[in-house]
Design a binder for this molecule. Structure first.
Ligand code: NAP
Length: 522
């Protein structure tokens, strides 16, 4: 696999404990602040476009601050974006894979050069703390580097994936072709990493794309398209179609020239896209391919034979990192009754240490949630949770101008409870008592989701059982259930968590390719 690019390595995280790096980050934050309120154009059919209809993105730590103003597309421009991406595909799809790979690696280098600046945009527009922002940017770099190497593998005639049986008297082969023009719909919670991953996978495979970023994080998307342009991706190989999902979403998904949709977001929107994309429209000559990676209700099992201190640390990191706004976040702790009370006591003490505040302040462990709407939904769930269980910690908004919420723990939650079943997407943890390990596994599997999960136990037999019976796309043993690394932890979930496309894994590019078998009589 290494090929001319050398082996893949994950991008190292920035060490903010070093005074020089801290100072550089402060300077990056100041530089980014000086750009607040700037206006950004759409990028459609290889050129900037304006509509005068502006979307405003704000700093969730201080919503009176406008991060960026973005011209929004309507249905007509969205349709034009797809049509042009379709027209240009004829050219881009024939570009040699080696050239596309070179551009992907160049994009990685450009993000790496601007890493602290990107960190700062994520701090201000997505409300990420410094380390969370840096992990997001590192992952974006990883996706570029990793998919570049995977593309070389698929393009190479010697690749093991293309080992084809040779019939006597024939030359038999199989080659991979790109699909066409695709729509990329990322969420706001990994606004750079997921957008970069889905976009780069599509582009490096030879497809053209229309990116419809989340309306919460359009500035990060605009900065990413600067990178695409600077890396040398042709102006018509990608479009940036900012606009509300409910206005431009259906147009992009239903357009007959859309060949595929790559979506990451909530279950409800994913199911709607899947349904709309299934219906062919006049002029459409293919079945659209939909990759939909959706929500989770992820559980950590704490067994009676667990190291309780590391279990508590893992649960706290998984439940409250980025304010619980990760699809992989632990929102259910399922604890053996033999250690239930001891676990709760340690958990409560650890949660009490967490600090909540502005995400640009490096002393904040948690920043704000993304929006006023998200804060209301989460606070409503907390009220439901107070009726469904026993409040142990938190329980409301945290002080400050931003969308701050206290890290909240609700204990004694039964499996039928709404806060046990429904994705909340905020810093709210339900704790449930299990009779024994088998019961804990049954509880962990008792939702419609199946994204991530973890087990803390020192008993090898129980670990073996979890490997077999814990139904989650990403299972972690004796460690936290967040923080998947590209290459090491291919990511994607079962059941209503999505199509299990395994982003950052060796098979992911197949979602963006179609295989052609060729047999020549000798
Ligand atoms: P969301 O509300 O579903 O939005 C995701 C994207 O879909 C946004 O760009 C949104 O645009 C767009 N959209 C909304 N309505 C649409 C429509 N009718 N047609 C086409 N696009 C439409 O999700 P989110 O709040 O951004 O993200 C959080 C969710 O993502 C959680 O459920 C989380 O679990 C999930 N997630 C899953 C994974 C995974 O790998 N499984 C990873 C990260 C996040 P607007 O912003 O303009 O509405």
């Amino acid at each position: 696999m290494p090929g001319p690019l050398g082996p893949f390595h994950n991008e190292p995280l920035t060490d903010f404990s070093q005074p020089g790096i801290r100072a550089a980050m402060e300077a990056a934050l100041a530089r980014v602040r000086s750009e607040f309120g700037r206006e950004y154009c759409l990028w459609i059919a290889g050129a900037p476009q304006t509509t005068g209809d502006l979307l405003t993105s704000v700093n969730p730590s201080k919503p009176s601050e406008i991060v960026g103003r973005h011209h929004k597309a309507g249905a007509e421009l969205a349709a034009r974006a797809v049509e042009d991406a379709h027209a240009y595909f004829a050219e881009w799809g024939r570009t040699p894979a080696a050239h596309r790979v070179e551009l992907a690696v160049r994009a990685a280098a450009l993000i790496r050069e601007r890493k602290l600046e990107f960190d700062a945009w994520l701090v201000y527009e997505a409300g990420k703390t410094w380390p969370e922002a840096d992990a997001d940017v590192s992952e974006a770099i990883d996706f570029c580097e990793y998919y570049a190497r995977q593309m070389l593998r698929y393009a190479s005639p010697e690749a093991p994936a293309q080992t084809i049986v040779q019939l006597p008297g024939e030359r038999d082969e199989m080659v991979y072709l790109p699909l066409g023009a695709g729509v990329i719909i990322p969420p706001w919670n990994f606004p750079l990493a997921i957008m970069t991953g889905m976009t780069m996978a599509a582009l490096v495979s030879g497809n053209t794309v229309v990116i419809k970023p989340s309306s919460e994080t359009p500035t990060i998307a605009a900065k990413f398209t600067e990178v695409l342009r600077a890396a040398g991706f042709p102006p018509r190989s990608f479009a940036l179609c900012v606009g509300s999902g409910s206005v431009v979403g259906d147009t992009l998904v239903e357009h007959p020239k859309t060949r595929f949709v790559s979506f990451t977001g909530s279950r409800d929107v994913g199911l709607r896209i899947n349904e709309l994309a299934a219906k062919p429209h006049r002029g459409q000559i293919w079945i659209k391919r939909v990759v939909a990676e959706m929500g989770g209700k992820d559980a950590i099992i704490v067994d009676r034979e667990a190291d309780l201190d590391s279990a508590v640390t893992g649960v706290v990191q998984s439940a409250y990192g980025y304010q619980g706004q990760k699809c992989s976040a632990c929102s259910r702790a399922i604890v053996d009754e033999a250690v239930y009370d001891a676990f709760l006591e340690k958990l409560k003490a650890k949660v009490a240490e967490l600090t909540v505040g502005s995400s640009d302040d490096p002393s904040s462990y948690m920043g704000p949630v993304i929006s006023a709407g998200a804060r209301k939904t989460i606070l409503d769930y907390i009220e439901i949770g107070k009726r469904e269980g026993r409040l142990i910690a938190g329980g409301g908004a945290a002080p400050g101008d931003g969308f701050f919420i206290q890290p909240t723990v609700i204990a004694d939650v039964e499996s039928g409870a709404r806060i046990f079943q429904e994705e909340i997407f905020g810093p709210v943890l339900a704790v449930t008592r299990a009779r024994d390990f088998d019961h804990a596994l049954a509880l962990a599997n008792a939702t419609e989701y199946g994204l991530t999960g973890a087990v803390y136990s020192k008993n090898p037999e129980k670990i073996r059982k979890a490997r077999e019976d814990f139904f989650a796309g990403n299972l972690y043993l004796n460690r936290k259930c967040t923080g998947a690394m590209v290459g090491a932890h291919p990511f994607g979930g079962f059941n209503m968590s999505g199509t299990d496309s395994k982003a950052g894994g060796p098979d992911y590019l197949l979602q963006f390719l179609q295989a052609k078998s060729i047999a020549e009589k000798l």
